[in-house]
Design a protein around this ligand. Structure first.
Ligand code: AP5
Length: 214
């Protein structure tokens, strides 16, 4: 099972990725989480990515394509994987075709921009695992603590409103064209394509996703 999760920043890709991983036992490949791990580790890649991410811009295609190629080659991806936050530009999608990586299902989660801006102010994350919460819509069992490890939750550096609006602008310019790109793939029978209304509750979206993936 090879899946792409497509949607604006804050549409709920990371949230639904947790559900799909548990349901199907395939690894989540989140380019955002990989970059944040590199920043935390202080690697040269992390230092380069930090400035770009904090400004709400996209990291270079070459760097991201290299990261994903390396990750997909690992053993745990043999049964399939879930791409979260990749591809995000047409050159990134083209790179998958050039490398012979077929995709079984593209899942689009659609949420209007203003709803996303409201959501991001309440997002809390567990950096170690990538688990995502919301203080109102998807709260942890204990306030401010990760459900599994009990460690402190954090606010992401790029969740400030001005940065979120910049990220949304970049999404519409550079990532939204992938909706047509994969729409054509689906019309040619090369992949399945399903679109979900991401303004429903987290569990309602998960239920519909589960039905579509069966
Ligand atoms: P990345 O980490 O990929 O961020 P993103 O795509 O902007 O997506 P987010 O993680 O912000 O949102 P999400 O859709 O996962 O939503 P979530 O589930 O958290 O990328 C960060 C940066 O890295 C980029 O800006 C770029 O610089 C760089 N980068 C990464 N990949 C790249 C690439 N391929 N190329 C170039 N650069 C790259 O949900 C959001 C909130 O809403 C949470 O609080 C959640 O609890 C809540 N929520 C979720 N679902 C619902 C619901 N149904 N109802 C109510 N609340 C909900």
């Amino acid at each position: 099972m090879r899946i792409i999760l497509l949607g604006a920043p804050g549409a709920g890709k990371g949230t639904q990725a947790q559900f799909i991983m548990e349901q199907y036992g395939i690894p989540q490949i989140s380019t955002g989480d990989m970059l944040r791990a590199a920043i935390k580790a202080g690697t040269p890649l992390g230092l380069e990515a930090k400035k770009v991410m904090d400004a709400g811009q996209l990291v270079s295609d070459d760097l991201i394509i290299g990261l994903v190629k390396e990750r997909i080659a690992q053993d745990d991806c043999a049964k399939g994987f879930l791409l979260d936050g990749f591809p995000r530009t047409i050159p990134q999608a083209d790179a998958m075709v050039e490398n012979g990586i077929d995709i079984d299902h593209v899942i689009e989660i659609d949420v209007p921009d203003e709803e996303i801006v409201k959501r991001m102010s309440g997002r809390r994350v567990h950096p170690g695992s990538g688990r995502v919460y919301h203080i109102v819509y998807n709260p942890p069992k204990e306030e401010g603590k990760d459900d599994v490890t009990g460690e402190e939750l954090q606010i992401r550096a790029d969740d400030e409103e001005a940065t979120v609006r910049k990220r949304l602008g970049i999404y519409h310019e550079q990532t939204k064209p992938l909706v047509d790109y994969y729409g054509k793939f689906a019309a040619e029978g090369k992949t399945k394509y399903s679109k979900f209304d991401g303004t429903q509750t987290v569990s309602a979206v998960s239920e519909q996703l589960s039905a579509a993936l069966k």
